[in-house]
Design a protein around this ligand. Structure first.
Ligand SMILES: [Zn+2]
Length: 474
């Protein structure tokens, strides 16, 4: 009796909260979630991800999600992840939505406002994570809560994973879930809200990105050591000179030109929407083999150059210990962004060849362990997954309605995200977001991070329509 009575009361509570959520203004709901997330300090030095994962789990339970579909899991302690499931008819395999809860550090004294107080000012929401990516977390949560409140039964389960340690440290939530709780997150494909997006120029949407490919990040340490000695009797051999020559060779070296299905599609789309001269260059590069003159011209643009080849650049330099002594050590950091399909070890070996001096040691710098390794990881950045029509077509349709005239452009990110884990695990991953940013207002990881108020609400509306269109696509 008692049990049945409790169950009945619980069912009532569920019905009334679900009804409340349905009648709640979706923008207000999204804003509340956004505020709540920004004000939980999910930095490494702060609280970690656990309080945010728990808070979002509570929101879902309050809205009537069954406890069996809401999990807070992880290695324990500060780095827990939320995994929630909106059950569908099971006609198709699930879709997984991912977003990271952690944010990079932000110091009050560096900002003009408190980074952990959600503030609406002059048409913007300010706070750490407003661009990267508590906006996306709040938007995906809002979408799930709305679908649940309407009693929507999708053709496939929709799984949401909000995770730890995307920005670094050693408990990456997506990696952990795939290795330890695969059954919770297994899906036919993945939508990652940590990329894509709408590009604004003079306040107008000009492009909607579909990011389906990423470069891999790697640091290499170049070190030369000499016995040293007095600088009054210098031999020819000198650590600083050797390192300078090595860096000079790196500076003039071009890694091989390469296109993949994503960057090829990117150039094809861009050519269609470019002025004649620019279009001719892009079409020249698309030829097989590429027109050498067009390629040279394209490579002169650092943004385009980074799309068609692996790049390596010196970013730090140190050496010597006294003005009147021969340097015993000289070292530099060379930062590389590696094209999909190639591994850091492959690039390290290529750097060794480019440097062409056995006295220059080329080692991999592992930023997680802060160690120098003689050999770099052999994992390859994932080959871009094919552009699925059920991801691309709905994006074209919804974007045309919301941002008329702004073409959908398949793109490659020059940074790296959690997509690397899902793709490596065989779950094709696409980065889609309706958040709009001006090209010159990218503040992720920076000071006074902010997102336009209207841009956020548009992104809320966008994702609600988009995800339904993806799930319903036939
Ligand atoms: Zn991010």
């Amino acid at each position: 009796m008692t049990i049945r009575f409790t169950a009945a009361v619980a069912a009532c509570a569920i019905a009334s909260t679900a009804a409340a959520a349905e009648h709640q203004d979706p923008h207000q709901l999204a804003r509340d979630l956004f505020k709540q997330l920004v004000e939980i300090k999910t930095t490494e030095s702060g609280l970690g991800s656990t309080p945010a994962a728990e808070a979002m789990a509570q929101r879902l339970l309050d809205a009537g999600f069954p406890a069996e579909d809401v999990h807070v899991v992880g290695p324990g302690g500060r780095k827990q992840n939320l995994v929630a499931r909106l059950k569908g008819t099971g006609r198709k395999r699930p879709v997984l939505l991912i977003g990271h809860l952690d944010v990079v550090e932000a110091l009050r004294e560096d900002w003009s406002v408190d980074p952990f107080v959600f503030l609406e000012k002059d048409g913007y929401f300010y706070g750490r994570g407003t661009q990267d990516m508590k906006d996306g977390d709040a938007i995906m949560m809002t979408t799930l809560l709305r679908y649940r409140a309407e009693g929507y039964k999708p053709d496939r389960d929709i799984i949401l994973a909000l995770t730890a340690d995307e920005e670094g440290s050693n408990a990456n939530g997506v990696d952990w879930l795939l290795k330890n709780r695969r059954e919770l997150v297994d899906a036919e494909f993945v939508l990652n809200h940590d990329g894509g997006g709408v590009m604004l120029e003079d306040g107008r949407a000009v492009q909607v990105d579909l990011t389906a490919s990423e470069k891999v990040y790697a640091d290499f340490d170049l070190t030369v050591t000499n016995p040293g000695g007095h600088s009054s009797v210098p031999p020819r051999e000198n650590a600083i000179y050797s390192l300078a020559r090595a860096l000079d060779r790196v500076s003039s070296y071009d890694f091989a030109f390469e296109l993949n299905n994503v960057t090829r599609a990117y150039f094809e789309h861009t050519a269609k929407h470019s002025a004649a001269e620019q279009a001719a260059v892009l079409r020249g590069v698309l030829q097989t083999p590429p027109d050498p003159e067009a390629l040279e011209q394209l490579s002169g643009d650092p943004v385009y150059n980074a799309i068609v080849r692996t790049t390596c650049v010196a970013t730090r330099l140190s050496g010597g210990h006294a003005n009147n002594a021969l340097p015993q050590t000289a070292r530099a950091n060379v930062n590389c962004r590696i094209l999909p399909g190639h591994s850091p070890e492959e690039v390290r070996q290529e750097l060794v060849k480019v440097v062409a001096d056995p006295t220059v040691k080329v080692r991999y710098y592992n930023f997680l362990t802060e160690q120098l390794d003689d050999v770099a990881p052999n994992v390859r950045g994932y080959a871009p997954p094919p552009l699925r029509p059920d991801v691309l077509k709905p994006l074209e349709k919804v974007a045309a309605k919301m941002w008329p005239g702004a073409p959908v452009v398949p793109a490659m990110a020059v940074g790296a995200s959690d997509s690397i884990y899902t793709n490596a695990a065989g779950l094709p991953t696409y980065m889609v977001s309706g958040s709009a940013l001006a090209r010159d207002d990218i503040r992720a990881h920076g000071q006074d991070e902010r997102l336009g108020v209207q841009a956020f609400y548009n992104a809320v509306d966008f994702f609600y329509d988009y995800l339904k269109a993806v799930v319903a696509y036939r």
